[in-house]
Design a protein around this ligand. Structure first.
Ligand SMILES: [Zn+2]
Length: 143
């Protein structure tokens, strides 16, 4: 029994997410929070593998596109599945975010807030996906 039958809930209910996630994961992915710079567990991870979404488990970013931006958050030059400038086969979506009174581009998956993308990354894409460690779950490549 989940209450009102008229209520349309495409994703999990808030209480379900609170059970599934740690408080910090909940704050970042559900309430669009940002972890403190230089606090994330994946900031200096250089191991080969894939970064998955902590909420929906989608493969989002490959270690091949991870680089050190010096900003204090894990940074990637493109999303996994990107083909040229086509992101239709990736696990991410872009959304305009004006929450701080300036226009930024929020990066989300189908279910969760992940971070932001900025146009000051390394070539050839020139993009910096600035992603919260707590929104990610790293899975090392099997060798
Ligand atoms: Zn997700």
């Amino acid at each position: 029994n989940t209450g009102s039958l008229t209520k349309c809930e495409p994703s999990l209910a808030k209480s379900d997410w609170q059970r599934k996630l740690t408080p910090e994961q909940f704050y970042v992915t559900r309430e669009k929070g940002t972890e403190l710079p230089f606090s994330g567990i994946y900031l200096n991870t250089k191991e080969a593998g894939m970064y998955h979404c902590v909420c929906c488990d989608s493969p989002l970013f490959s270690s091949e596109k991870k680089y050190c931006s010096g900003t204090g958050w894990p940074s990637f030059s493109e999303a996994h599945g990107t083909s040229g400038s086509d992101e239709s086969n990736t696990g991410i979506l872009r959304r305009l975010d004006t929450s701080l009174g300036l226009a930024r581009t929020e990066v989300v998956c189908k279910q969760a807030h992940l971070g932001h993308v900025f146009p000051d990354g390394p070539g050839p894409t020139g993009q910096r996906f600035c992603i919260n460690s707590v929104a990610l779950k790293f899975k090392p490549s099997k060798h």
